[in-house]
Design a protein around this ligand. Structure first.
Ligand SMILES: [Mg+2]
Length: 405
């Protein structure tokens, strides 16, 4: 079997552009993959189309490990968020082909099912404690066993996961299609976050797992304080207490409390998270297979972490489309150290453009046992929704200085 075409498909069905590939073969079997990088979708598409696709024509699609290594090391310039997302898209499509040829779901090729479903969670947020509590209780009712909770910091419209959408700057950013630059300060945030969880435990009880995302906004000592202050509320984990580039500082955060820690959604390579694995300064790895090189790397990363009792919590919000979500789910289904999978149900139209993938059932994600990844692209429909410019927000401190997101 030989690869005859690598088709790059860029589509924006409902407010989020997805970068997809379809790899075709001389035997009629094809595979699909995704390499979406939110706010940089066309950079991944250009790399795929102009630089990677021509080198794949005529190759055996079954030689996944060799093709991965060829694209990663053979190009000399290796790694990075754009390159590894492009590589992930190709890797997924090759696994999809292999599964279809074998007549088996990809998780079966990776070692077989290790569980009946994948524990998942949902995002909740609100302008105040009451609004967050209402959301948490509603989601609990819907069957979610784990819930992320974020609250707006009073007077700080740029709260992560709880932006003030009435902020005139927020509304202008939507009209102009430019990044929102909200205002945020650490001290009021550090005071309100533990109080939110005190309130939630009182109102929503202890029969639901809760966690919180600090989104890498804190300094190491601030993160240590937050982890310590959250300790009484027994979170499943505190997400991204600091930026992943400060791996050595995770020791300081770790020593402050027994609050479990998760990190890494902006990581693009196993080499970046490796120090935190071997030093056991984290409990959950947040990197998405779609951003670190695909299914091949997702499986390897899980194997690296397993002897250190570190579990996966692969990134999977709305900018990971149904194909990327399927790839994460297949890895999760086949590894012993799966922890939890972030997942959102997309708009109906998005699921018409990218069909199949995991679905939610009683707190868990389920996968079909169809051969390959169990997802497909409706190309005619996808072409009707071209790329739209969109950015993630940026955050400034009260004095106007740049902070991050
Ligand atoms: Mg996050």
């Amino acid at each position: 079997m030989k690869i005859t075409e690598v088709r790059v498909i860029v589509t924006c069905p409902v407010g989020q552009t997805y970068t997809l590939v379809k790899i075709l073969t001389d035997e009629g079997v094809y595979g699909v993959g995704e390499g979406t990088k939110n706010g940089r979708e066309l950079a991944v598409a250009a790399l795929l189309e102009h630089h990677l696709a021509p080198t794949l024509i005529g190759r055996d699609p079954g030689a996944i490990e060799d093709i991965w290594k060829y694209l990663y090391k053979g190009a000399y310039w290796r790694g990075g968020p754009i390159h590894n997302s492009a590589l992930a898209a190709i890797d997924m499509a090759l696994w999809d082909i292999k599964g279809k040829v074998a007549g088996l779901p990809v998780y079966s090729l990776l070692g077989g099912p290790t569980r009946r479903g994948l524990l998942t969670y949902v995002h909740t947020h609100g302008r105040d404690f009451e609004e967050v509590t209402d959301n948490v209780l509603q989601r609990k009712e819907q069957g979610y066993r784990v819930i992320r909770a974020q609250v707006q910091t009073p007077g700080m419209p740029g709260g992560y996961g709880a932006e003030d959408q009435n902020d005139p700057d927020y509304q202008r950013s939507k009209t102009e299609r430019l990044p929102y630059e909200g205002v945020w300060e650490p001290e009021p945030y550090l005071q309100i976050a533990p109080r939110l969880f005190d309130h939630l435990r009182a109102k929503a009880g202890w029969d639901v797992e809760l966690f919180h995302d600090a989104h890498g906004r804190l300094t190491p000592i601030q993160a240590a304080r937050l982890a310590k202050d959250l300790e009484p509320y027994k979170l499943m984990f505190l997400e991204d207490p600091i930026g992943p580039e400060h791996a050595p500082s995770m020791k300081l955060v770790r020593q402050a409390s027994t609050t479990p820690l998760g990190i890494g959604e902006i990581i693009s390579s196993k080499y970046q998270i490796l120090p935190m694995i071997v030093e056991q300064t984290i409990d959950y790895m947040r990197c998405s297979p779609m951003h670190i090189g695909g299914i091949t790397e997702g499986k390897k990363l899980a194997a690296l972490a397993e002897p250190f009792e570190i579990k996966t919590a692969f990134h999977g919000p709305g900018d990971v489309g149904p194909i990327g979500a399927a790839a994460s789910a297949h890895v999760g289904m086949a590894i012993p150290n799966f922890g939890i999978q972030e997942w959102v149900r997309h708009a109906d139209l998005t699921h018409e453009v990218m069909t199949g993938g995991p679905w939610f059932e009683d707190g868990y994600l389920k996968l079909p046992n169809t051969p390959g990844l169990g997802v497909d692209i409706n190309e005619d429909l996808a072409r009707r929704y071209p790329w739209e410019r969109k950015y993630l927000p940026a955050i400034r401190r009260a004095d106007g200085s740049m902070h991050g997101y």
